[in-house]
Design a protein around this ligand. Structure first.
Ligand code: NAD
Length: 568
């Protein structure tokens, strides 16, 4: 035990073939605590980050095979993951897994499932706690990989590793809670309600929180007793390999986890279609999420169970600026929410809805605050806006900006200057007087582009805010308690933030996820998340025996045990 307060779980149950094996003594776990972020105002933290970047630099360009059943599996074809800040730099060359590797991985995961399912929940949770320890030890190095591979500025990369640690610690403890079977015994009848895992789970992740989202979905599946095939996004496949190294170090049994890098459109459908896959945990775009949902609904020959799809998808998030908002806070919060990680967060603000009375002065100050942001390569300690992820995103965002000129007034167009020749840099752009129905006010852009919309009053602002197919995050800046109460009721999004930025949800404190076209499923980092990875079962036993021989049992067990039943 260390100095942290500890809580004792005196009933850390195990489920073996549906049997609850009773309390197990000797296990204590500290209560969940959020992992602190690195304080980069301290010189030693800055030095540690510099050292990690220097340590990782010579490792760029290595080759990463798939890992199936504990074995490295090379493929004839590979794909390159590039550094978006320096787009000629290859961060890693990854196996381009195809149907052969997918089938192999599913077969290994299927074979490993029964033993993993029957492993004590406590033991599975301990694997996660050990993974968290490895990540703590490798914290700066793992962040350095994100800086190189995904163009994350230092603080954002550090926060992503911290969030990964949070998922391990939180889901580990959540499993201990979930593993307590619910009993409803009555005289003559024992009833137990408990959970068991679904089976082989395919985890398909995006690149924008390259380790945290992959780690969150994977650890949730693992700790509940499912076996997992991790399919990272192409753009963050090396970070996926680094996460796999963590899982290898904690020695998860072979087959329990596979690392399967590949091109989403090639390998994804093979995994989703596979009859032995029980569940797909996906985070990414609406287009791909809906496609997976449709595809998984189709029952394949030999398939024994209906597939469960969990899909966390995009957003078109808005912040409302009330006419009495604190301007300093509102400008700061909107800038951070819209342009943090170059607008590539699912929670990013891409619409700001300003009440008429404050509109002009707010926009003027927003422009000046945005002008002060430094566009720079992600490894630069002063970088506030790094590159966008790849050439496809770069072209798409530039096209959106061009089209936006027909839909609104371009009031600020930043210039990334010579950086454009080096990487995928797009400086912030702000459009004013955008109509609520314009495509830049309706479609997710996933880049540093912000639409400003005018509202007559708060109800009009809410109508605009709710008027998209998405419902992920939203925000309000207001000093009116009455308006705050009204918006809490009427702004229908998964995560609503009042008088603060709308990005940076923290595991357990702000469980994260949306509804409408933003997602199917319960919030990541929340109390219901693990339930999606399990199946509930009930076992009822009639303990009122018939036809037994009391003398024999009484002799063996003792009359005091027999008597109460005999009275029934
Ligand atoms: P994406 O949908 O392009 O890719 C996500 C994953 O799906 C990748 O691993 C990709 O290889 C894979 N994939 C692609 N085609 C596939 C197919 N046909 N079958 C199976 N898998 C396939 O998304 P992205 O560009 O990586 O991420 C950005 C998107 O993710 C944005 O829309 C963002 O809003 C969303 N996102 C949502 C959340 C959330 O919690 N709601 C969090 C992060 C990102």
């Amino acid at each position: 035990m260390n100095s942290r307060t500890h809580v004792t779980f005196d009933s850390t149950s195990a489920m073996h073939d549906g049997q609850y094996n009773g309390p197990r003594d000797g296990y204590t776990f500290s209560p969940y605590r959020v992992e602190p972020l690195t304080d980069f105002s301290r010189a030693e933290a800055r030095r540690a980050m510099d050292a990690a970047l220097a340590q990782v630099a010579p490792q760029l360009g290595r080759t990463y095979p798939a890992i199936i059943n504990g074995q490295a599996v090379s493929t004839a074809a590979t794909f390159d993951s590039l550094n978006p800040s320096h787009c000629k730099q290859v961060v890693g060359r990854c196996a381009r897994s195809g149907p052969e590797q997918a089938n192999e991985a599913v077969a290994a995961a299927k074979a490993a499932f029964p033993a993993w399912r029957d492993t004590e929940a406590t033991k599975r949770a301990e694997y996660l706690f050990r993974a968290a320890q490895v990540m703590r030890r490798r914290r700066f190095e793992l962040a350095a990989w994100q800086i190189y591979e995904c163009g994350k500025p230092r603080r954002e990369a550090d926060a992503d590793v911290a969030e990964s640690i949070d998922y391990c610690e939180f889901y580990g403890r959540e499993m201990l809670r979930l593993a307590q079977p619910r009993r409803r015994d009555v005289p003559g009848e024992e009833n137990v309600y408990f959970y068991e895992p679904r089976g082989v789970t395919v985890v398909i992740a995006p690149w924008n929180f390259p380790m945290a989202i992959l780690c969150g979905m994977t650890t949730a599946a693992l700790v509940t007793g499912n076996t997992v095939i991790m399919k990272p996004a192409e753009q963050s496949a090396v970070i996926g390999a680094k996460l796999m190294e963590v899982f290898e170090e904690i020695q998860l049994p072979p087959g329990v986890i596979a690392y399967l890098p590949g091109i989403g459109e090639e390998i994804g459908p093979v995994l989703v279609d596979h009859p032995d896959v029980a569940m797909i945990a996906f985070t990414g775009s609406r287009k791909v999420g809906l496609h997976i949902n449709r595809q998984a609904a189709e029952v394949q020959p030999g398939q024994e169970q209906i597939k469960r799809v969990l899909a966390e998808m995009g957003g078109k998030n808005a912040i409302i600026i009330d006419d009495d908002a604190d301007m300093d806070e509102a400008v700061h919060g909107v800038v951070a929410s819209a342009f943090g990680y170059a607008g590539q967060k699912c929670s990013a603000c891409s619409r700001v809805i300003v009440l008429e009375a404050l509109h002009d002065v707010f926009v003027a100050r927003l422009i000046e605050a945005t002008r002060s942001l430094k566009v720079a390569p992600a490894e630069d300690p002063g970088c506030t806006i790094g590159p966008v992820i790849d050439t496809e995103a770069y072209q798409r965002i530039l096209n959106t900006i061009e089209n936006g000129k027909n839909e609104g007034r371009l009031v600020y167009a930043g210039d990334a200057g010579a950086l454009k020749n080096e990487g995928y840099f797009i400086a912030p752009h702000i459009f004013d007087d955008v109509a609520p129905t314009a495509s830049i006010a309706q479609e997710e852009i996933f880049g540093p582009v912000l639409a400003v919309l005018r509202a007559r009053d708060l109800d009009h602002a809410l109508e605009i805010a709710n008027g998209t197919p998405y419902a992920l995050t939203g925000g309000l800046y207001s000093r009116s308690p009455e308006h705050i109460a009204h918006v809490k009721r009427a702004f229908r999004v998964g995560n609503l933030y009042i008088n603060r930025k709308i990005t940076g949800a923290i595991v357990d404190r702000q469980p994260f996820g949306g509804f409408k076209m933003s997602g199917i499923g319960s919030k990541a980092g929340g109390p219901d998340y693990l339930l999606q990875f399990v199946l509930p079962r009930t076992i009822t036993e009639n303990t009122l025996r018939r036809g037994f021989a009391p003398d024999v049992e009484a002799a063996e067990i003792g009359p005091e045990i027999i008597r109460p039943r005999a009275r029934l």
